[in-house]
Structure formats: structure tokens, C-alpha cells
Design a protein around this ligand. Structure first.
Ligand SMILES: O=C(O)c1ccccc1NCC(=O)[C@H](O)[C@H](O)COP(=O)(O)O
Length: 261
């Protein structure tokens, strides 16, 4: 079983328990559930940096990245740096994240927040809304077209933006539909962990112009972003490169200054 299959098998088990402990009515009655969301797609279209900076403690490919920071400080640092949005990993077992991380990040900043999770069920979209997210991620590698349609339409009805992630042409072809806002190309093959921005370049012209193009993972240089911009990318998801330092916000600030110089 590859890592992605393991993560999804665990999500199914986790969801069974969660649904018993926190009923849908509790999520729908939370104060944040009524909050008006902020569009990441709009922020990316308007923004100069286009950086979506991620809070990432550890990962299956890199093990521990940074476990010693306070998420509110990280989120505020990113906002101060001029990022266009913040990504918060909420998976506990593989990434060391939680829904509380989402709440703390929401309390700290006013900008769009992506719930970075392995979404397979509408319940997780209700959780995202109830914990202050503005955007959700759907991963084409683990969803059928019908599931992508059902989940993305459900998310749109909740006022959430949808970022659909692909890693090859087949996933892209099966996924294109009007209920998506952003199409993300993951430069990391989630089955082998190989990373190359070449896949973003190769798929760029196959992504219809109606979607904001996002290049995800393995980005560590300003030059890589300048190059990807030539291929029409407006969003750049960066985790490890910022999180491996003691001050991710300061690091993101220098990165963005260099990008705009
Ligand atoms: O990062 C991993 O090792 C990983 C493994 C399996 C599934 C997902 C994984 N990462 C999630 C992400 O998509 C990244 O955290 C995100 O794109 C940022 O990537 P990076 O800038 O390379 O930290």
C-alpha cells in the first residue's frame, strides 16, 4: 500500500469516530460557521506575490520539519510578509496538524486560509467551515469524478473556494468542472515523493483559463516562481522552504521582497 492509500484508509476510520463524537448540528451551530469567507482565488488574481505559505510541522517525505513554533506567530509572520493566503495542514497522524491549528490561525489573521486535508467526505467540509477555513483542497488522485463534483458543489454552497490538485494529465482531464476555482499542479508525486516543477510546466497549457493556476510543493527559489509565472501560474504553495527555518514569516518576507525586486 502506498502512503496516499494508507492516509485515505486512516481518514475513513478517523471519520467514523469523529461523526460519533461531533454531530453535524454542532458544527453548523458554531460561531465561525456563519462567518463570511474570503476568496483565495480573488486574492491570487489581485496579488503580486501569489504565495500561499503553509504551516507544516512534519510530513511523510521529510519527517520532522519544525515542531517548536506557535502557529499564531507563524500565521501572523506570514501575513506580515505579504503572502496571499495561508495553508494549514490539519492531519494529525502524518503531518502533526489539527483542527485547533485552523482555529488558532483564523484567530490570528484576516487573510484567506486553506484547510490542507485529505478530503473524502462532506463532513470534513462542514468541519472546515466551522473552524474558520475559506478554502478546501480536493486531491484528484484519491477521488472519482463524481466525488469531486459532489464535494466541490457542497463546498461552493458553503461559500468555500475549491482548489483541485492534480499530478498528471489523466487526473486533470477527469476533474475539470465549473465548481472549481483553482487548479493546482502538485510538483510532488505523492506515491514516490519525487519532486519536479517540470510537471507544472507540462500541464499549464492544458488548464483552461477560467481557473486560477497554482503550482504546489518543492518550490524553494524565487527563480522557480519567476519561471512558473511565465507559464501562467498565479499561486505558489510553499511549505517546507519556510517552515524549516526558525522564523518562517521573516523567511517568507525576504523571499517576497526578492520576488518583487
Ligand atoms: O509533503 C509530503 O511529504 C506529502 C506526502 C504525502 C501527501 C502529501 C504531502 N504533502 C502535502 C503537500 O501538498 C505539501 O505540504 C504542500 O504542497 C507544500 O509542499 P512543500 O513546499 O514541498 O513543503
Amino acid at each position: 500500500m502506498n502512503i496516499l492509500d494508507k492516509i485515505i484508509a486512516d481518514k475513513h476510520k478517523e471519520l467514523l469516530l469523529k461523526k460519533l463524537v461531533v454531530p453535524v448540528s454542532q458544527l453548523e451551530n458554531s460561531a465561525l460557521f456563519k462567518r463570511e469567507t474570503i476568496s483565495l482565488a480573488n486574492a491570487l488574481r489581485e496579488s503580486k506575490s501569489g504565495i500561499i505559505a503553509e504551516h507544516k510541522r512534519r510530513s511523510p517525505s521529510k519527517s520532522i520539519i519544525n515542531q517548536s513554533l506557535n502557529i499564531e506567530d507563524v500565521a501572523r509572520g506570514y501575513e506580515h510578509a505579504g503572502v496571499s493566503g495561508i495553508s494549514v495542514l490539519t492531519d494529525g497522524k502524518y503531518f502533526g496538524g489539527s483542527l485547533d491549528d485552523l482555529l488558532y490561525a483564523r484567530a490570528a489573521v484576516k487573510m484567506p486560509i486553506l484547510r490542507k486535508e485529505f478530503i473524502i467526505d462532506e463532513y470534513q467540509l462542514l468541519e472546515a467551515k466551522a473552524h474558520g477555513a475559506d478554502v478546501i483542497l480536493l486531491i484528484a488522485a484519491v477521488l472519482e469524478r463524481e466525488q469531486i463534483k459532489q464535494l466541490s458543489e457542497f463546498a461552493k454552497n458553503l461559500g468555500l473556494d475549491v482548489l483541485l490538485e492534480v499530478h498528471n494529465e489523466e487526473e486533470l482531464k477527469k476533474s475539470i468542472m465549473p465548481s472549481l476555482d483553482m487548479l493546482g499542479v502538485n510538483n510532488r508525486n505523492l506515491k514516490t515523493f519525487e519532486v519536479s516543477t517540470q510537471i507544472s510546466k507540462d500541464l499549464s497549457e492544458k488548464i483552461p483559463d477560467d481557473f486560477v493556476k497554482v503550482s504546489e510543493s518543492g518550490i524553494s527559489s524565487v527563480e522557480a516562481i519567476k519561471e512558473l509565472k511565465q507559464y501562467g501560474y498565479e499561486g505558489f504553495l510553499i511549505g517546507e522552504n519556510f517552515m524549516k527555518t526558525n522564523n518562517p514569516g521573516e523567511n517568507a518576507k525576504k523571499f517576497i521582497e526578492e520576488l518583487s525586486s
